[in-house]
Each structure stands twice: as structure tokens, then as C-alpha cells.
Ligand binder design. Sequence first.
Ligand code: CP
Length: 297
Amino acid sequence: MGKHLLGCIDMKIDEINQIMDRAAFLQKNERELSDLHLRLQKKYIANLFLEPSTRTRFSFEIAEKRLGLQVLNFEAAKSSLQKGESLYDTLKTIESLGVDAAVIRTNEDILTSLADKLNIKIINAGEGKKEHPTQALLDLFTIKKYFTDLKGLKIAIIGDIAHSRVARSNTYLLNKMGARLIFSGPKNLMVNDLAGEYLPINEAIQEADVVMMLRIQFERMEERYINSKESYNKDFGLTEERLKLLQPHAIILHPAPVNRGVEMDDIVVEHPQSKIFEQITNGVYIRMAVIEHALEG
Ligand code: CP
């Protein structure tokens, strides 16, 4: 019995903990996956990335190959989407061909309605401004490596919250786990439907156990929200100067790609307290656990 993964908003704490534990097991026992390979080697999974991606796309593909799955990579530009076929008919076709699960990235808010109509299991790899659940799960997995107890942990999400599916999924997930959410950044890039407290940038950095910086999503902006990249860096960036405000035990996260020199100075990206590249590594184990969960429950 498998299950779609559409978002963090409806995930149960037991389900989240199960994925965390399974990802940790898969990380420790990478060389002992033969049982899993035997179970999954006849299953097919299709990757449909209808928006650009580097980390998520490769991370899913590596996870699928480590699990021994048969992997199909959909090329939108060479597909019948170009002839006007809908995403629903594309997925219905893939389902009819015997594919068991589809990993989908899209700029449309469409996955829940598709999942309601299809038997193929759908895994959300980033849906418009709505959710990016596997990013939030890998962020939680990374945080748990440094902080065993999430209760009351102060997590500051800083930057372009308004256009960020990562902020949304993380807020749902981290609030469920008992963390205290702090938001900071330009007031015109905040939202009022996410549970958390707003603090000015310097206070947010000083208070936080985890500082999660977000990319300014210029491609999703329908109007001009910031004056210039330089002014954004000065007013809201995690600069070399602001790094001095960070507590010694605090860690820095960013879902990446990073606009170096905008939301974060170059020197901060690879600073010892930055775990950005560790997040990317952890994403493979989380996606292995998520795919197994989607295919087998
Ligand atoms: N963090 C993230 O989703 O990166 P990509 O867009 O490169 O997949």
C-alpha cells in the first residue's frame, strides 16, 4: 500500500518520524540494500521536471537508482505536452504503461487534484509557491543531526517568504515538531497565513539556533519587490558582518541555489557553521525513504 507525498501540511508526526528513521537507516546501511533491490527492481518510476532543477532532480534520480528502481526521465520539450496534451493525460498515459510512481516538479498548483484522479503515486518535487515537502524533510533531517530535541528550537527563516514553497513546507513541518518559527526579511515579502513571529534581521540572527536563508525568487515576482541586489544584501543579507551576531552553536541552512552576494555573502556559503552542502547530501537518503514510503507505505 503506497501513498502520495503532496505536502507537509497533512503529514502526521508518526509519518514524519518514520521517514526520518528510515533515511537514517538507509544512510548507515547503504551497502545492505539487497532486500530492497529485490522488492523494487520491477517497479518503474518517472521523473517529470517541468521547471528547472539541479539538486532535486539529480537527488531523486540517485535515490531511485540506489533503490534499484527502473528509472524513466521525462523530457517535456520532446513530449506530447508540446502537442497540447495535458499533464493529467500525460500521467494517465504513464500509469497505463505500468509506471508505479511519478516525481513531479511544476509551477502550477495542480498535484492534489491530479492525485485524486490517478492510481499512480505522486511525489511532489516542488509545486509552484505551494509546497516542496522533500526539501523540508531533508532540512529537518539535517537539523536533527545537530539538535536532538526540536521542542522550542528557534528557527529563523529569512528572505523571500512570499514566493517560497520551501518556507511553506518547512513552517508546516517544523511547527508540527515543536520548533519556534521566526520570520525576517522585507515586510513586502512576508505572508500572514504562516504561524511564526516576525523579528528584524539582526534580532532574528542573534536569537536563532538555525538560520535558514532563502533565495530571492526573481522568476516568480510579478512586480518589483526589491530596489537592488546590493541594497537587499545590505538590509537583509547574511553578510560577513552579520555572521558575528550568530550564536556559536547555530547552524546556517539554505535550500539552494544561492544568489551569492545577495541573500548570503560568498564567505558565508562555505563557512563551518553553514550546512548547505550537507543538506544536499542528506537529500538523497530522505528521497530514498520517501520513494519507498510512496511505493510500499
Ligand atoms: N532546492 C532545490 O529545490 O533546488 P533545485 O531547484 O536545484 O532542485
